[in-house]
Write a protein that binds this ligand. Structure first.
Ligand code: GLP
Length: 245
């Protein structure tokens, strides 16, 4: 696991964009695993800049997003499909038919999750998976649990995640209580993983997840067992882990 402490959010975003841009340049038909949340917004903006500068093309890229709220239609402004369109897909030459997000509108959870898992497998698996980090160590929507869930599945969101994500909704009552998410097994199958985190409020979980014990109560800790992980954090999020490296 390589841990890089960037100077600030802009530096973290640029360094993370460089990792993704290198993957896209080296393998123009890459399968990218993508993430939502506030953290990757800056790195998506950097990738759009690279595209506009003619440095990279997403023409042959396929993408699979980590997760989606259950019950939100794709055009809901808090759906992760909408987020991806707004922050990346609408601004680059990616073929939207080749971009995949779990189908939050499918009421049949088992069917939605099984179809997603099969689609990833049929595409040949994820080359590079981008991840943000929840305050409780969740990745995608894999919440702290007594075991590591393997495949794409439906989850009940924890109160802390509902609380954290309510900032983006008009009221906390509008936050969906469930989501579809890639499993830890799905994530760990990616060839390469890139984790980003910023802000002082992530400092403790960054340190616990990447230097603490590997336990399902801190889902991101499992990434310590993956052979090719790069963690890029800003100085604030790196303020505790820096003394443990
Ligand atoms: C959300 C998402 C995660 C995201 C995390 C952190 O609930 N499901 O995929 O990485 O929480 O979000 P943020 O980057 O806004 O802190």
């Amino acid at each position: 696991m390589q841990i890089i402490i960037a100077s600030d959010y802009a530096d973290m975003s640029r360094k993370a964009a460089d990792v993704i841009a290198a993957q896209v340049k080296n393998k123009p038909s890459s399968i990218l695993g993508l993430a939502t949340g506030s953290t990757p917004i800056g790195l998506y903006a950097e990738l759009v800049k690279d595209y506009e500068a003619g440095l990279i093309s997403f023409k042959q890229i396929q993408s699979f997003n980590l997760d989606e709220y259950r019950g939100l239609e794709a055009d809901h402004d808090q759906s992760y499909r909408y987020f991806m369109n707004q922050n990346l897909f609408n601004h680059v030459d990616i073929d939207k038919a080749q971009t995949h997000v779990p189908d939050g509108a499918n009421p049949d959870a088992d069917a939605a999750c099984a179809a997603y898992e099969i689609a990833i497998r049929q595409a040949g698996g994820v080359d590079l998976q981008l991840l943000g980090l929840g305050h409780n160590g969740h990745v995608g929507f894999n919440e702290p649990a007594d075991f590591f869930p393997v495949d794409t599945h439906v989850v009940d969101l924890t109160e802390s995640t509902i609380q954290a994500n309510s900032r983006l909704f008009d009221s906390i009552d509008e936050v969906p209580r469930q989501a579809y998410t890639m499993g830890i097994g799905t994530i760990m199958k990616a060839d390469q993983i890139l984790v980003v985190a910023n802000g002082a409020d992530k400092a403790q979980i960054v340190a616990d997840a990447f230097t603490g014990p590997v336990v399902p109560q801190v889902p991101a800790s499992v990434l310590q067992l993956h052979p090719r992980v790069t963690v890029i954090v800003d100085a604030e999020a790196g303020s505790i882990i820096k003394d443990r490296l």
